[in-house]
Design a protein around this ligand. Structure first.
Ligand code: URP
Ligand code: ZN
Ligand code: ZN
Ligand code: ZN
Length: 481
């Protein structure tokens, strides 16, 4: 035998091509792609697609909560969910709390992630742009391989004002990091929320009323403008509708390094889901809020036009029944006090494949680019992750394109007690997942050792280098301001 393992007779899908071939795996890497390969072990893949393991560049796992404790989703359950859904690498978050630094929390996130079964990296959230954090800690964090910073333009208590946001953009430019941005207008949401509550409109559905798409579009426009002023590349997180994507399209057309992400919830959920009896609507509450069917169809157009580059899960799980989940402030809590976020690590690839490839909106290569190649490229993991080619990590998902599944929470394998996609019918499902050459999921059974996931330090990479165009040729980021 020439290889440890051969995946035989499947249809290989790369970001560029779809073709019938065997894949030879030696150790933890792909060693060959060709016909008639012979391995010590063989996995028959007739009728299956052989695709790169998913790279989920935006998910929240064991995130520390202000006031103590962490997200319900642990590294073991979150990893199991990812692997069950064909995802082999994730980028999660390290937080900062106002008044604190970023080095100590990052060390705690590394300690917790030592139980991971998927490969992982971190984005560093900046919630308090102090001199110490900006000038001393950010350079250390970025040099340690955490090569992306995350800022929120809304949410108490983490949101940054424009001056603080500029300081983060400048720090990223100096250190060679990407900035990812949650774009919604903080003051506008607070104002509308106060008005809704004053009018007695507190039910979950008013979450969407408190933050119409215009607040997202305004903040996206502003984030792009400020990033342009600093000449700092950014990625706009979780774009919910085509009007917001238009801002990104215009930026790209001007030659700016601005990328866009969307998530499955914006393709299949809508504001109507939050308008269910009682507290039920809380299950679908996330920010930005899901819009309507026309917005979802518009997002597909933006995906096909290469305006939106990435589909991540934004997995942010809060159990429905648990006292530390959605009902942390009770089932009568006004929408303002209900935690935001939906779980989606395991459902990301099946929903995108079914709604996208099966229904003819995108081809399989586009699916691979959105879910693996582009996130790997944009976050400095390519080509080790995100494609199928000799020399790359043998992270592979074997996919049955015809398998029909009705999504239920048991299939998700996360710790969260519900999925917002309960009952959704999908065609196309992962039947096996390989992570660095090891079969870690087969027919829904996850078999991996906690701690077998590896930290992925991210070195400087070409894609996020600034363009060199600064207003008047004056680079303000060179100064300690
Ligand atoms: O509602 C959401 N999306 N919660 C998760 C945190 C975030 O804003 O990405
Ligand atoms: Zn966000
Ligand atoms: Zn998020
Ligand atoms: Zn609270």
């Amino acid at each position: 035998a020439d290889y440890d393992l051969v995946i035989a007779g499947g249809t290989v899908v790369t970001p560029a091509d779809t073709f019938r071939a065997d894949v030879g795996v030696q150790g933890d890497r792909i060693a060959a792609i060709g016909l008639g390969l012979r391995g010590a072990r063989t996995i028959e893949a007739d009728g299956l697609l052989v695709m790169p393991g998913g790279v989920d560049s935006h998910c929240h796992i064991e995130q520390l909560r202000k006031g103590g404790g962490a997200d319900e989703e642990t590294w073991t359950t979150g990893s199991a969910s990812a692997l069950a859904g064909g995802t082999t690498s994730v980028i999660t978050f390290s937080t900062q709390f106002k008044g604190g630094g970023i080095l100590a929390p990052l060390a705690e996130y590394h300690r917790r992630a030592a139980k991971a079964m998927v490969d992982y990296g971190f984005h560093q959230i900046i919630a308090d742009a102090t001199d110490t954090v900006i000038f001393e800690e950010v350079p250390q964090v970025v040099a340690s391989g955490v090569r992306s910073l995350k800022v929120f333009l809304t949410y108490d208590p983490v949101h940054l004002d424009d001056r603080q946001f500029l300081r983060v953009l400048a720090a990223a430019r100096r250190t060679g990091a990407l900035v990812t941005v949650h774009c919604e207008n903080y003051e506008a949401i607070n104002w509308r929320t106060a008005a809704l509550l004053a009018d007695g409109r507190a039910a979950p559905k008013y979450h969407a009323w408190s933050r119409p798409s215009v607040v997202e579009r305004e903040a996206t426009h502003r984030a792009i403008a400020l990033a342009e002023m600093v000449d700092q590349p950014i990625q706009v997180f979780h774009v919910s509708c085509p009007e917001v994507a238009e801002e990104i399209a215009r930026a790209k057309a001007r030659g700016l390094k601005v990328w866009g992400e969307t998530c499955p919830q914006y393709f299949v959920l809508s504001a109507d889901h939050m308008d269910r009896p009682g507290f039920e609507g809380a299950k679908f509450m996330c920010s930005p809020a899901p819009r309507d069917a026309a917005a979802s169809e518009g997002l597909w157009r933006m995906v096909r036009d290469n305006v939106l580059d990435i589909v991540s899960s934004d997995h942010s799980g809060w159990s429905y029944e648990s006292p530390v989940g959605k009902r942390v402030h009770g089932t009568g809590a006004p929408f303002r006090d209900i935690p935001n976020g939906v779980p989606g690590l395991a459902s990301r690839l099946p929903i995108l494949f079914s709604e996208g490839v099966t229904k003819g909106r995108i081809d399989a290569c586009t699916f691979v680019r959105l879910t693996a190649t582009n996130p790997a490229k944009l976050f400095g993991l390519y080509p080790r992750k995100g494609t199928i080619a000799p020399g790359t990590d043998a992270d592979i998902v074997l996919w049955d394109p015809g398998k029909q599944v009705v999504i239920d929470n048991g299939l998700m394998q996360h710790i969260i007690d519900y999925t917002p996609y309960e009952g959704l019918e999908v065609t196309g499902w992962p039947v096996a997942t390989l992570r660095r050459g090891a079969v870690v999921m087969r027919d829904g059974k996850v078999q991996a050792e906690p701690g077998s996931g590896q930290f992925l330090p991210r070195a400087p990479y070409h894609m996020i280098r600034p363009t060199g165009n600064v207003p008047f040729g004056f680079d303000a980021s060179a100064f300690r301001v």
